[in-house]
Design a protein around this ligand. Structure first.
Ligand code: ADP
Ligand code: MG
Length: 265
């Protein structure tokens, strides 16, 4: 049993504070859904957890089993068991997924010899055709193909924790079912812990969350069971914000003072 703990996390980009004290804890085998309006900081959280360079962490901690990850480069966080499925996956022209995974496995000191067999069986399970195994990763892939490819990498690498940023966006019904079932199976078979960022409760009917959290303007403003996602379908983010007395939904650049404004005297 492992635990990914995020405590009072603050982070800024280009001088604007985006994460304003995020607290979340995910244990092995649990699925946590993170919902929230556009611009509330969901993708920022995923990048900060993985250690992307353009975000400045200004406070708090991120630990796996008590070991601090902040300050470690991305590859070391991956070695500690973290995986990020990106909202907009990066294309790697000329590098097929098998090569990418082999180097990931070797960098952890693992044995890449059984990789081909595993990759083939996962590709079948996720309906990823041979053509997509041969091409450069995500090179000219459709949205749905990219998300199947992200899930394929997740299934082969078997991390301890997966942060999935809108893995359901751009997916048709069949792809959504394949992807969410594969992830759901990993939570029970491999004890994978999941932070699933999503807008849709459709994903959550397959990938049943233990907890649902709502992020607004860089803070978790509500946490609850799956019924919170249903409530959001009814009220929308505006409605929930009104109910909670939260005034900012998204993170916005503060308006600059207008030097020509009427000073009022
Ligand atoms: P969400 O994923 O919830 O829609 P994001 O985390 O993508 O929200 O963005 C939150 C806010 O941070 C937005 O106002 C966005 O413009 C800003 N932001 C995020 N990343 C960057 C960046 N690299 N440079 C500048 N602004 C950014
Ligand atoms: Mg986002």
């Amino acid at each position: 049993m492992s635990s990914l703990a995020i405590r009072d996390l603050h982070a800024s980009v280009a001088g604007l504070e985006i994460l304003r004290g995020v607290d979340l804890e995910i244990r092995s085998g649990e699925v946590h859904a993170l919902m929230g309006p556009n611009g509330s900081g969901k993708s920022t959280l995923s990048h900060v957890l993985m250690g992307r360079g353009d975000y400045e962490v200004t406070g708090g901690s991120v630990t796996v089993d008590g070991e601090e990850l902040l300050g470690l480069p991305t590859w070391q966080r991956a070695n500690r068991g973290l995986f990020l499925g990106m909202q907009y996956p990066v294309a790697v022209p000329g590098v097929p997924v098998g090569e990418l995974l082999a180097s990931a496995v070797r960098s952890r000191g693992g044995d890449a010899s059984a990789l081909d067999t595993l990759l083939a069986s996962e590709a079948t399970r996720l309906a990823v055709g041979d053509e997509f195994l041969a091409r450069g990763v995500n090179d000219e892939f459709s949205g749905g193909e990219q998300k199947r490819m992200e899930t394929l990498q997740l299934a082969v690498l078997k991390p301890q924790f997966a942060i999935l940023d809108e893995i359901d966006s751009g997916l048709d019904v069949d792809a959504l079912r394949d992807v969410s079932r594969r992830v759901e199976a990993m939570t029970s078979e491999d004890d994978l812990g999941v932070l699933a960022i999503t807008h849709y409760s459709r994903l959550l009917t397959e990938l049943r969350p233990d907890r649902v959290h709502v992020l607004m303007a860089g803070r978790v403003v509500a946490s609850g069971g799956p019924e919170l996602a249903d409530q959001l379908e009814e009220t929308g983010y505006e409605g929930l914000a009104a109910e909670l007395g939260v005034d900012a939904l998204s993170v916005e650049q503060p308006e600059e003072a207008d030097p020509f404004a009427d000073p009022g005297f």
